[in-house]
Design a binder for this molecule. Structure first.
Ligand code: C2O
Ligand code: CU
Ligand code: CU
Length: 496
């Protein structure tokens, strides 16, 4: 059935804010709008912080059970999720640099999973290799070194099913802090706030609709922050530090404040910037993380500040309501003893020269699949073999066709050299592990490949693309541990 937008509105299928998808999925999309709910009414909330089950001199031991749950995202409706400890997003883990973590993930779902801690330099056997699956009724203890302070996230990475599993709820934040960062006296405690953004689509009965449009992309028309649609957060008139993560499947966000004031960016994916960067708009592609400060002290009590997300043409959007994410209501006066220093943590440029090795990876489409250098995933093939501690420049090239690809490279923290020869955006000049690669763009990134040897994945973080099949692997050095060498074990598990 083909219907026009006007007919759809007459039939009550489309909200007045509805837009037609630029990709021609209109009939599908129009048939499936989420129930319309008011924005900025549900209270903001934080995912709970997970306490270790046990700690010793060097290590904290945590346990997370993957299980189904019924939760209320939309007022009065129940939605089945697959959650870490039955919630989505999962609990936040907050860890100190150089303490070690062991996280036991128990699979009580009826699908296989693999858990990747995105941003951590884990050994290959603990990196959530896509084929190193935890079957239902099994568990695996993952070990993490916590060797740098940054905003990370853990999420599912099961081969060909990452998009479904993450969309069903398997994602959570993981924060590593250290003394250097604490000494900066940035807003902390209740003034340091994780914001995990996801877009989802719901059926009339509240169930999640997973529609990847023929393995192309997955967009929702409800914006959730920490699992709450369009939440309203009450804030004091002072500085807040936000750690924002785009955990959506395919949507690139473009953040701005309704007041027209600056977002003050202090950190990128893998740590603090050298100095704060003021910007009116902040692009946040899938899996990217930024830290930013908002200073609410200039607003009179009673001011509402909306976090906006003007729709980007590269998103296959179906509803203009995604152009707003959440609101902050300034409701009380408070003194503020936090600081915003001019210098944060120096980002030393990785040295490059005319002899630095260069490799090129082209992100495209062929044979109805998403490809890297015209190839799809094969765990027996390695597409790059940097030396341990070798510095290399990688050209990440986006093919045409209207698609963008946020490219993620496991293990290493990288720096962006340039995009089509132009300098990176000011807030991209820090440590990163995801890079927005637009249509016909060549993005040059550099990394020092270590500290571990072994095989690691690289893929597009549009997780629909990743699943079908825009993923490959590189191997650092020779003779590293096999990523499949520590398989999941059947339950029951011994004590942690
Ligand atoms: Cu966040 Cu390989 O993924
Ligand atoms: Cu990763
Ligand atoms: Cu992609």
């Amino acid at each position: 059935m083909k219907i026009t937008r006007r007919e759809a509105i007459k039939l009550g299928l489309a909200s007045s804010g509805a837009l037609l998808s630029p990709f021609g999925f209109s009939d599908l999309a129009l048939a499936q709008f989420s129930p319309q709910i008011p924005r900025f009414e549900q209270p903001f909330r934080l995912p709970p912080e997970l306490k270790p089950a046990r700690s010793d001199a060097t290590t904290d031991y945590y346990e997370i059970v993957m299980q189904k749950a019924q939760v209320e995202f939309l007022p009065g409706l129940k939605t089945e999720i697959w959650g870490y400890n039955g919630i989505s997003p999962g609990p936040t883990i907050r860890q100190q640099r150089d303490r070690k973590s062991v996280v036991r993930f128990i699979n009580n779902l009826d699908v296989s999973t693999s858990i990747h801690l995105h941003g951590m330099a884990s050994l290959p056997q603990y990196d959530g290799y896509a084929e190193d699956l935890i079957p239902p009724g099994y568990y695996k203890d993952y070990r993490y070194p916590n060797n740098r302070a940054s905003t990370l996230w853990y999420h599912d990475h099961a081969i060909r099913h990452t998009s479904r599993n993450v969309y069903m709820g398997l994602a959570g934040m993981y924060i590593v802090e250290d003394d250097v960062e604490r000494s900066l006296n940035l807003p902390q405690g209740e003034y340091e706030v994780p914001l995990i953004i996801q877009d989802k689509k719901f059926a009339i009965d509240g169930s999640l609709i997973f529609d990847d449009r023929g393995q192309r992309s997955l967009y929702g028309d409800v914006m959730l922050v920490n699992g709450v649609p369009w939440p309203r957060m009450e804030v004091a008139n002072r500085k807040y530090r936000f750690r924002i993560l785009n955990a959506g499947a395919s949507r690139t966000c473009q953040l701005s404040l309704s007041t027209g004031d600056d977002l003050i960016v202090i950190g990128s994916d893998a740590g603090l910037l050298s100095a704060p960067v003021r910007t009116k708009t902040l692009r946040l592609a899938m899996a990217e993380r930024y830290g930013f400060i908002v200073d609410f002290s200039k607003y009179p009590i009673g001011t509402r500040v909306i976090l906006r997300n003007p729709i980007l043409p590269t998103n296959g959007d179906i509803d203009a309501r995604t152009s707003e994410i959440m609101c902050f209501d300034v409701v009380r006066r408070e003194s503020d003893d936090s600081s915003l220093p001019d210098k944060l943590r120096l980002v030393q440029p990785i040295p490059v020269s005319a002899t630095t090795p260069v490799r090129t990876f082209r992100f495209g489409r062929g044979g109805n699949q998403w490809t890297i250098n015209n190839q799809t995933w094969n765990r027996h093939r390695v597409d790059a073999n940097p030396n341990l501690d070798g510095i290399e420049i990688w050209n990440l090239v986006g093919a045409g066709g209207g698609w963008i690809h946020p490219v993620h490279i496991h293990l290493v923290d990288l720096q962006l050299l340039d995009r089509n020869g132009s300098p990176p955006l000011p807030y991209e000049r820090g440590w990163k592990d995801v890079f927005y690669v637009g249509e016909n763009q060549t993005v040059r990134v550099v990394a020092k490949f270590g500290p571990h040897t072994g095989k690691y994945m690289m893929h597009c973080h549009n997780i629909v693309h990743e699943d079908h099949d825009m993923m490959t692997q590189f191997e650092v050095g020779q003779g590293g541990p096999d990523p499949m060498s520590v398989p999941a074990q059947p339950l029951p598990a011994p004590p942690l």
